[in-house]
Ligand binder design. Structure first.
Ligand SMILES: *Cc1c(COP(=O)(O)O)cnc(C)c1O
Length: 358
């Protein structure tokens, strides 16, 4: 299956992965996740779509409070919070934020207080949406949860809360929405290394990597990590909120900042940053027909759960682009499953499912 030059490049990849591990080891990290996450084939989906062989990288299995992509970022962010002597974590997200839920769990595990500010981006008053799913879990983990209107300057709100806590004798640490800054993105620099080593170990040549992109830390980390190991994997983010030019610029800026923070002199190639934002639909967190079909298809062909806001729209993009032949020249395409199935319980009526049969 592999030719001589591929074997050599696999060896080079493994050696560059080792160098990257060394560069990453200089940053404090707390263990929160079950890593490495599995890499599994999706054979029934591949057969149903008739394109390249499709694989799934199971970052929905990172373990912390039902898993998801924020856990890798939090391993670096929470270690930084501890290094700074923080006793209280502040973060923000949309109502059904998976980031907020994983942050609440991480704070609980490390014995810190957690305050979550939730921005109402959808205007929904459905009790499931505002109280169940991730919101239920935020509260179970002991975080305080407060609501802000859509369009609020959430960074200013977090800053205001931090000052208040500081004047009351606490030591707060603010984590930006999605955990997306150079510290958090290191989690996905490390994921790029992990995936490349996993593929090398089973003799798999990955041609494409696809995932849902939002606050941009996941993609920025992957772009940086793949650049560091000089990977040929073509990375594609499927947008869930912003238009393409804005999304790509956000990812590019954060990737370059992450590369600078990593401190190895790496330059990010703008052409390595690619996002397709055609699957957002009416807006962030608003269901689309394609998302619904994609979530049901994966639940029924692979037994996998995806979410309505992120991974379901990412999948819609993967499936539609596969059907259109976008990956026609590729043999193996990996979908990075960023998690989020807890949000399904915030959207119970979205999927038009049949009731009980007699
Ligand atoms: C946050 C999130 C994403 C997007 O990751 P970013 O780093 O914010 O771009 C994708 N999928 C799920 C399930 C998420 O919770």
């Amino acid at each position: 299956m592999t030719e001589v030059h591929d074997e050599q490049s696999a060896e080079l990849t493994v050696s560059l992965c080792k160098d990257l591990s060394i560069a990453l080891a200089r940053f404090p990290k707390v263990r929160l996740g079950h890593l490495p996450t599995p890499l599994e084939p999706m054979d029934r989906l591949s057969e149903a779509l008739g394109g390249p062989r499709l694989w799934v990288k199971r970052d929905d299995c990172t373990g912390l409070s039902s898993g998801g992509n924020k856990t890798r970022k939090l391993e670096y962010l929470m270690a930084d919070a501890q290094a700074q002597g923080a006793d209280t974590i502040i973060t923000q997200g949309a109502t059904q934020s998976n980031h907020a839920r994983q942050t609440a769990a991480a704070a609980a595990k490390l014995g810190m207080t957690c305050h979550i500010l939730l921005e109402d981006r959808t205007g929904s008053n459905d009790p499931s949406y505002i109280l169940n799913g991730n919101v239920l879990m935020d509260r179970l983990h002991g975080a305080t949860v407060s609501k802000r209107a859509g369009g609020t300057d959430m960074n200013a709100e977090m800053q205001r809360l931090a000052e208040e806590l500081l004047s009351n004798g606490h030591t707060p640490y603010v984590i930006p929405g999605g955990g997306s800054n150079p510290i958090g993105a290191l989690g996905y620099v490390n994921c790029a290394r992990e995936l490349a080593e996993q593929a090398a170990n089973i003799g798999l040549k990955i041609d494409g990597l696809v995932h849902a992109t939002g606050s941009s830390g996941t993609q920025a980390g992957l772009v940086t990590g793949l650049a560091a190991i000089r990977s040929n994997i073509q990375l594609l983010g499927i947008g869930v909120r912003a238009p393409q030019d804005k999304q790509e610029q956000m990812v590019y800026d954060l990737a370059q900042h992450t590369a600078d923070y990593l401190g190895t002199g790496l330059q990010i190639d703008r052409a390595a940053v690619r996002a397709n934002c055609d699957y957002v639909g009416p807006g962030y967190g608003m269901p689309t027909e394609g998302m619904k079909r994609a979530v049901k298809l994966l639940a029924q062909t692979e037994g996998l759960l995806f979410d309505p806001v992120y991974s379901g729209k990412g999948l819609d993009g993967l499936i539609d682009l596969t059907r259109k032949g976008h990956f026609g020249h590729m043999e193996n395409v990996v979908f990075l499953h960023t998690g989020g199935s807890a949000a399904l319980f915030g959207y119970p009526d979205t999927f038009d499912l049949p009731g009980y049969t007699d």
